[in-house]
Every structure is written in C-alpha cells, then in structure tokens.
Design a binder for this molecule. Structure first.
Ligand SMILES: CC/C=C\C/C=C/C(=O)SCCNC(=O)CCNC(=O)[C@H](O)C(C)(C)COP(=O)(O)OP(=O)(O)OC[C@H]1O[C@@H](n2cnc3c(N)ncnc32)[C@H](O)[C@@H]1OP(=O)(O)O
Length: 727
C-alpha cells in the first residue's frame, strides 16, 4: 500500500503502491500517514521523499469508494496532506506519470515538487461532480494565483510538467531518475527552514480586480455548465480561499464537497467515468471478448473520400502518427481536401504548441494524397468515408477486395447502412467492420464500432484498439439500421417533429431539451447536421419521394403516424445552417445564429389547418418526456435485441456522440435514476394518447424489468433473453 525504505543515511522514501494507478484508498492513505509519522519520529531521518510505484505518482482518491464515504467525516486524505505539510522534516514529492486529484493534493502538502518531463498534474474532480476536497482548493490558489487556479480547478484539465513548472506548481523538471533527483534535493534542503515552503501559510496573491475575476469566472462556468453543479461549487471554494483564513476556507471546501457528494450529479459523473472504461472491455453475444482477441498493429492507413468526415478522419490518423494515404475521385476534390486537411493539421499543431506538447504532427512525409487506388496496396487498414450510398460503397469495397493485401482491415464509415451487405461483396467479409465516426471526426471522442455477422474477433480488437490510438472511446455494437446512436435518435427526432404538428415551436422544444442539459435541442441539431441527410435516407426507404406509392396519405405510412414536415422544408431548399434556413433562420448561408422564423410559424399554422390539427399548449414536462422517453424506450429494445451488450455502452455513446449531459449519466442511467416504473407509466400514458406511434409503446424488456421489481442497472443484461440454442 505504501512502502517505507531508507535511501542513504538520512532520507526516507515512501512509495505509494496500489496498482494500476496508485489510487489513494483508505489503506494507502493510512500507510502514507504512518510512513510520514515514522519518518518524523526517527531522529536519523532528516528528509522524506514521496513517490509512486510503476512510474505513477497517484491518480487520486479511489473513486470506487466514494459511494461508501460518510459525508460527515473529515476526509482522511485531507488529514494526511496536512500531516505531511506539518512535518518537521522537508518532504519532496517525486512526480512520475500522473499526480491527479488527491495525488496532486498530496504533492501540494509536500514542501518541494520535482516532476518527470512527461508527467501530468491536474484536478479532474470537477469532471466527477465533486471538488478537490483534501485542501486542494485552498492550497492551489495560494501557490499559483487565482486566475490559473480557477482555470485548472473548474476545467479539470491535465497539464504537462513544462506548463506546471511555468505555473509554479512544480519546482523542477527532470528527464530521468526522478526519484534519485528528489532524494538528492531532499538531502540538500534538510535543515533549511520549512515555513516559506508551507503553502497553507502563504497568502493568496492579491489582484486589484479580484472580485471581477471571480464574478466573470462564475458567469462563464454557469453558461458552459448547462446545469452541472460542480464547476460553480469549485468557484465558491476558491472564493473562500480569497476571503477566509486557510482553516476556515478548508471548512467551506468540506461543506461544498459534502453537498456535491450527496448530489445525484456526482453519482452520475462517476458512473460515466467507469462506464467509459467498461466499454473498452467488449464482449460479443457469442461470448468472445477483449480478453482473448488480439489487435493487429496498424502502421499505414488509407482514407477514401475527403469530405467533412474524411478530412477529420485523416487529421485524427496523422495526429496519431500513422502513415496515411488519402484518396479522392478527382483532382479538384483532392486539392480541396488537401487544403482542408492541411489547415486542420496546422490548427491542431498550434493548439498543441499552446499546451506545451510537441507539434511535429504536420510532417508531410507521413501523408500522401492520391487519385490512384493502387496506392492502397500495402496499407494495413482502409476507412471508406464516402457519402451514404450503398451502391457506391459496394463498388468501393469490391475494388478494395481486389487491390488491398489480403490481411488488410476494411472499415466503412456509415451512420446507418448494413455492414453485412457491404461485407458480402468482398472476399474477406470477416475483415470488414463499421466505424461510425462523429463530426467533426478529429474532435469528437466517440467511435461506434459495428460488428457484422462475419466480422472476426481480431478485426474487432483492431478497430477498438484504433479508437484508443486515436484518443477516442470505441463502443462495440451490433449491426442494425442506425446501430445504437442513430436508432435511438430516430424516435427522439420523430417526437420533436410530432410536437411541432401538435402546437409547439422549434425553440420551445429546443429550450426544454437544452434546459435538461443537452448542448443543442433537436431542431438546432438537425439544422447543423443538414436536413437533406435525413431526406435522402427517407427517400431511400421509400417514405417520401418518387418511390412513395401514389395515394399514400400525407401523414401516415403503413398505419403509423408520419410527419412530412421535414420533407416539405427540404422541398423548399431549407436544408438548415448551410442554406441559411431550416427549422430556424440564419444570418446567412453557413451562419450559426439560429433565429426564430416567422415564415415557419405561418407554414406550421397553414399545415395544421390543411390537416385539421388543432394546435394545443404542450408543457415542458410533456416535451421532455416524449422526446427522452421515446429515445430511452428504444434503448431498452436495443438491449433486448443484443445490439448493445450493456446499458453502459448506450450511455457512453450518448454522452460522447450526442451531447447527453454527463451529470445525468446517459439515457439508461437516467432511466434508472427516475425509476423504471415511472418511465413505463409515462410511456403507457403517451402511447394511449397516440396509438398510431409505435415508438411510444413500452418495450417488452422495460416491462419485464419493471415486473421483476426494477433491478439495478448493472443487473439488466442478465435478464435479456438468450438466443435459443440451435442444437
Ligand atoms: C475522499 C475525498 C477527498 C479528496 C478529494 C479527492 C478526490 C479525488 O482525487 S477524485 C480522483 C481524481 N482523479 C481522477 O479523476 C483521475 C482518474 N483517472 C484517470 O484519469 C485515468 O485513469 C489515468 C489518466 C490516471 C490513467 O489513464 P489510463 O492509463 O488510460 O488508464 P485507465 O483510465 O483505463 O485506468 C486504469 C484503471 O484504473 C482505474 N482508475 C483510474 N483512476 C482511478 C481512481 N482515481 N480511483 C479508482 N480507480 C481508478 C480505472 O477505472 C481503470 O480500472 P478498470 O479498467 O478496472 O476500470
């Protein structure tokens, strides 16, 4: 838990030990405190070094134990940090790997801090719905001043050693032998006065406009937080550091921590933290899993199509230091794509420079632009990113199947199309897989990885490992129309549009959803994505356009309710932001400010009149419930169909791909929080009111879970019916 040893005659070294990240469990904290006391009592020890095993200082408090923390208790970690600072002998932190959260708080209790050049420090607690509660909100402002402390504590961002040195968090950077150098420093400073090294005794550096800085910070975090409490509480704690003596500031910090810990938000954010890690450990319905499948190395990759998606994918691959071949169909498109990728890479390089990272990502030698399919002969993996046209995709995969080396992995970037149909045209269907990137692909963290019927475990492992290499979260899902993300999105968008028919305005629906915490409501999202995308898909499905049977009622498709509203908008060229008009009006084509549009109000009134719909007032509760519960209901069906192997998969997809607010933990977590019987009863009510909307009819799996007494979320999949044996 914490090893105590002597280094040379006069230095004691305490090494934190709790694989894999030296989380500060109560046993580790206790052992650390014992080590510090032992060193203090031993007259032959003149100085102490604290370090971590396996090249990591510590990733902070053990998050798994938070649910059992008694909010009334003074955190033992805070006691220990204070004990370290009170030590009569100099204590030096030797930081390798990470010092995060409680790990950094331990380091701030030390009198000196040395870090390896690759080490990262930070206070990510805000991302877990809490705040640094081992006196971190009181020490950091004293050490680095209010503006920098506000930035680090309210964003949770990690900083590299170089930036930490600049900020004054650490005293020295070393390229190797961090612990040895710390031992040297400890020996050198032993006997020197410790008072000036105790951060708690320092005043917070004063600034003339302190009040204004704090108020501005509050306005900024409130605007960004979308209902998340922890950033605001972090500011209150930092304010206490400015206004109160250290001990009273610590009391305030504790009070705010207790409040946050007891809030549902902390639970949701911590669930999301572990869900993100759980999805890496994928399992197929056959039982094959990450444990047995091994990924193949990818050194050289190709991207076909340099539209918005392709450009982002190329940028991601180049950033991950791969060799990349970028292919287009004609010179003009290739030149446009090359220019766009170059400017994306320059932008990325400048961002990396600002954060002190090396920026050698733009090395042109690693990136080849071509019109020639022959250049794909030696690539390890191809990502096809042309637009959503099955015939085109099949033509490309047929070609790839003959040109690429037999062991190459063939990925299709699609948001809905059938992976098996694409794989069927190749000679190696087991090496074909869906990789659904989200736009912009070099920014968005989600990668939906879709296994086809024949996709091999090695192909899956390779695609999941690619996600990690690209610094994305890969989630493995099954093959069905829309997979997980878009399949659940469809009933949500459908409800939003039905609500317009019934009397809402787009901004009313968006406000309700944004008030819940989404970054964007459904109509702003549709305008951003482009209304023509859905229109093309509906035409493809024969729901509208030339394939629609003559005489089909305008608002009905196969006895189900259908709204032609988005089709009408597209017929008018209202494709959304890019056209300057869609569900909203924009200042110009490509403009970003969504303004309510009187034309649309008239259009909606006329539409209702034509179809004999009497507009009614719909309250916020109904708007939210119909949109969100329709989406959640589909999530239960997806679990029952084994398209997602666990609720965590769905939640991670929604948090990282669709802007579901993290402090609500994802749709399935949200359902478990509001209670499955509640979700069921609301769906029953709405489906009775709208019997022609099948997506409001409660999923049989949801009903089953309620009948079973609503077991906790982690038990849900054990109640999914196993496919019947073929024997
Ligand atoms: C009592 C309260 C008093 C004071 C307040 C202090 C609060 C805190 O300190 S809260 C914790 C703050 N720290 C963090 O938020 C860091 C969280 N961890 C990470 O960001 C990353 O894990 C990492 C950067 C440290 C390492 O990343 P990577 O190498 O990609 O590994 P993984 O993320 O897959 O993690 C490996 C493994 O470790 C588990 N884990 C990581 N951190 C913690 C932790 N703080 N507590 C418990 N467990 C942790 C993680 O879940 C992985 O395990 P599983 O694969 O089994 O899930």
């Amino acid at each position: 838990m914490a090893q105590y040893r002597r280094a040379g005659a006069a230095v004691a070294v305490i090494r934190l030990h709790n694989a894999p990240v030296n989380a500060l469990s109560s046993a580790v904290v206790q052992a650390l405190a014992q080590g510090v006391k032992k060193a203090d009592l031993d007259p032959s020890v003149k100085a102490v070094v604290i370090c971590g095993a396996n090249g990591k200082f510590s990733a902070g408090a053990d998050i798994r134990t938070f649910s059992s923390l008694q909010p009334r208790d003074r955190p033992a970690l805070a006691e220990t940090v204070s004990l370290i600072e009170r030590s009569q002998k100099p204590v030096v932190a030797a930081i390798e790997g990470v010092a995060l959260g409680g790990g950094l708080e331990v380091a701030l209790g030390c009198h000196y801090r040395i870090a390896h050049a690759q080490a990262r420090v930070g206070f990510p607690e805000v991302l877990l719905g809490i705040l640094p509660a081992a006196e971190g909100t009181q020490r950091l402002p004293r050490l680095i001043g209010i503006p920098a402390a506000l930035d680090l504590i309210t964003t949770g961002r990690h900083v590299l050693a170089a930036e930490a040195l600049k900020l004054g968090i650490i005293d020295e950077i070393v390229k190797e032998n961090t612990v040895e150098r710390a031992i040297e420093l400890a020996s050198k400073v032993s006997g020197q006065p410790l008072g000036p090294r105790k951060i708690s005794l320092k005043p917070v550096p004063d600034l003339p406009d302190m009040e204004a800085i704090l108020s501005e910070a509050l306005v900024k975090v409130k605007r960004k937080a979308r209902g998340r409490l922890s950033p605001e509480m972090c500011i209150q704690a930092i304010k206490a550091a400015v206004q109160l003596p250290f001990a009273e500031g610590v009391e305030k910090e504790r009070e705010l921590f207790r409040f946050l810990l007891g809030s549902g938000q902390a639970k949701a954010q911590q669930y999301a933290f572990f869900a993100e890690r759980a999805v890496e450990k994928w399992t197929m319905p056959s039982g094959t899993s990450w444990k047995t499948a091994s990924a193949q190395p990818i050194r050289k990759a190709a991207v076909i199509g340099l539209g918005t998606m392709g450009r982002g994918i190329v940028t991601s691959l180049v950033k991950a230091k791969m060799l990349v071949v970028a292919l287009e169909q004609d010179q003009k498109q290739l030149d446009i794509g090359r220019e766009a990728v170059t400017s994306l890479l320059q932008w990325e390089a400048s961002k990396m420079q600002q954060s002190g990272q090396s920026q050698d990502i733009c090395d042109p030698a690693r990136l080849q632009f071509t019109l020639d399919f022959g250049a794909l002969r030696d690539v390890d993996l191809v990502i096809e990113a042309v637009f959503e046209d099955m015939a085109l995709k099949k033509e490309i995969f047929r070609k790839l199947s003959t040109i690429c080396k037999p062991e190459a992995f063939l990925c299709t970037n699609t948001s809905a199309l059938d992976i098996d149909e694409i794989a069927a045209v190749t000679s190696h269907p087991h090496q074909v897989i869906g990789t659904h990137f989200f736009s912009p692909a070099h920014v968005m963290k989600l990668l939906e990885v879709i296994r086809g019927h024949h996709t091999s475990p090695t192909t899956i492992a390779t695609a999941m490992s690619l996600a990690k290499t690209l610094n994305k979260v890969g989630v493995l899902v099954g093959n069905c129309f829309g997979f997980v993300g878009n399949r659940m999105m469809a009933p949500y968008v459908e409800q939003a549009i039905f609500l317009l028919e019934e009397g809402c305005k787009p901004e009313e629906v968006d406000q309700a959803v944004e008030g819940f915490g989404f970054h964007m409501g459904p109509f702003r999202m549709l305008d951003l994505a482009g209304l023509d995308v859905g229109w093309r898909s509906r035409k493809g499905q024969g729901l509208t356009g030339p394939k629609l049977a003559p005489g089909t009622p305008a608002r009905q498709r196969e006895s189900r309710r259908y709204s032609p509203l988005p089709d009408f908008l597209c017929e008018q060229g209202r494709y959304g932001q890019k056209a300057g008009k869609g569900w909203y009006l924009y200042e110009k084509p490509g403009g970003r400010t969504a303004n309510p549009d009187p034309w649309l109000y008239n259009f909606l009134s006329e539409y209702r009149e034509t179809h004999g719909i009497k507009a009614r007032f719909v309250d916020q509760e109904e708007i939210l419930e119909r949109c969100l519960y329709a989406l959640i209901n589909e999530g239960f069906q997806i679990l029952a169909d084994r398209i997602a192997s666990a609720p965590e998969d769905i939640d991670v997809i929604y948090i990282y791909g669709y802007g579901w607010p993290t402090h609500r933990g994802g749709p399935m977590f949200h359902a478990s929080t509001v209670g499955l019987p509640h979700v069921l009863s609301r769906l029953q009510k709405y489906s009775e009111a709208h019997p022609d909307i099948p997506k409001l009819q409660p999923s049989p799996f949801l009903k089953k879970l309620v009948a079973l007494g609503s077991p906790p979320l982690r038990e849900w999949v054990s109640h999914v019916r196993q496919p019947s044996s073929k024997l």
